[in-house]
Design a protein around this ligand. Sequence first.
Ligand code: GCU
Length: 683
Amino acid sequence: EVKPYNMCWLEYTDLSKYKNKYIKVFENVVVLGGNELNLPLKELKNFLTFSLNIKPKIFKNTLVKGRNYVLIGRLIEIKKIFKESERFEKLLNDEGFIIKRIDIDGNKVLIITAKSYNGIVYGIFNLIERLKRGEDIENIDIVSNPSLRFRMLNHWDNLDGSIERGYAGKSIFFRENKILINERTKDYARLLSSIGVNGVVINNVNVKKKEVELITPSYLKKIGELSKIFSAYGIKIYLSINFASPIYLGGLNTADPLDKRVAVWWKAKVDEIYEYVPDFGGFLVKADSEFNPGPHMYGRTHADGANMLGEALESYGGFVIWRAFVYNCLQDWRDTNTDRAKAAYENFKPLDGKFSENVIVQIKYGPMDFQVREPVNPLFGGLEHTNQILELQITQEYTGQQIHLCYLGTLWKEVLDFDTYAKGEGSKVKEILKGNVFDLKNNGMAGVSNVGDDINWTGHDLAQANLYTFGALSWNPDERIEEVVKRWIELTFGDNEKVIKNISYMLLSSHKAYEKYTTPLGLGWMVNPGHHYGPNPEGYEYSKWGTYHRANYEAIGVDRSSRGTGYTLQYHSPWREIYDNIETCPEELLLFFHRVPYNYKLKSGKTLIQTYYDLHFEGVEEAEEIRKKWIELKGEIEDKIYERVLNRLDIQIEHAKEWRDVINTYFFRRTGIPDEKGRKIYP
Ligand code: GCU
């Protein structure tokens, strides 16, 4: 069957070369359990048939004797038959799985088991991954548990089919104010489940007119259908809501969270939602942020708002995910006291400990807005008594909009590995999310989706790697990024050494290159207003969004030290001292924390301005190198994909040069200081 889109890392490629290796293992498959296991079984069967040309015999709830077989079932079933599997109990968390080959009565049995149905699904997909890569499974012995409880995708999809910050076509969930359900819906659930994702918010955090109605019966019926499809793959559906829904939908004259009528309205609303969508996950809320209504309108706090919703959801086991992306978006640029970077912490730190158990605060990785580099948001480590989700942007709003190759796994890894020192050394972001630093387990990661209805889902074929990596890191943030990259390449392009080597290079060097030719040293922004693509050094300099660099003829950057806006004080020691001092501040964040004269000497001995020129030339050279690595793969990659990617790399080089020239020119014209190396900088 030919689909109008590819299946990314799940594509059934021809792997008959491994047939002999695996045939003895998969001749017989025994399934213990009810019909719900048909779906994971089918995943395995389809893969074996289409990729390996192996057609296993299936036995339901009957054991086979005297033969090797595969045994799939929940631990509760398996335990009845094999006493020794009782010790698996302690090894597994709720969603983890075990894949293990053992000897039973002289036969070899490959067991795939888990406590929950979800775990079985993950186990099957994991096994498929291993087979796809030709791994030896003769003596396989795997225990794998997700480290984070919430592993979510956030879609910024609108009912009309458009996607806010989407660069891969139209929404796969909505079209012309209707909910779309088709073959692709299921395939999307398969893709997400295969990387361990367990929650999807299907609509944009900005909930406008029509979208407010998503929580009414006219849409809930379809959402129920959608949810069934996703539930079968272990994924819960969540909705973004408008905090003022009681006014828009309920005819009330207030949405005050402490007004009884409002709470009663939400409770009834939630009851109704669960009638239609029994497996509903909960709400994502962008409140008091960028013109979205919220509790502040009534003099109430975020905790008042979130807890009221939390109470309505509690009896169903639903969650409220409340975004910390709150700041004054109407700043006067002449006001130098307000610092947007401080806003999230100022808003949420005082509420630490005030949120209910089923409320989670979702925090963007940095204090601003998904720039190519920002310091880690000080709310990580700042909040000690609040469930937290780390919000990342998989969609490349500020990182090249899927025209540029910009692999984000390297950046995400740095964020996860950042040590907040909240409880001394070792209080890394990833340890906080795992629940190892504070005694809170309802944490996780959310990625703003880069998916649309393009043939390859993500616009740029290689941007599939970002989606894959998001899943991998939210399952296991300790994984080495080089490993994740290698696995993705093998699953997507096969095991050709050169392909692995070159694409690894391309992915692993792409973020650095993008950073260099755009706004390195922590400067950020300098993009065109509105759509955020391409250079515009003063695009946001005199507007109300609070994102200023305040360049003049002498210096650039904002002094966020204790002598300036005081942002550095939101960090624990030693970071607050390290960042506070221009001498010790990591140079990649220099212009985020400090106002720096152009002739300031960096550790290399070079001035700031010369460094800026050099980085921009280097960045373009690195992008050209990345393109070269792709060209070397001509003939090794399917033509259509090869051409599609090459086409984007060509545009990337052109646009990288534009970035280089516009930014360098801006610096040159501000300062009159020429490039020491005499390269062309446009006057
Ligand atoms: C960014 C983005 C918006 C989005 C907002 C958010 O500012 O440009 O499109 O709505 O983030 O995360 O809420």
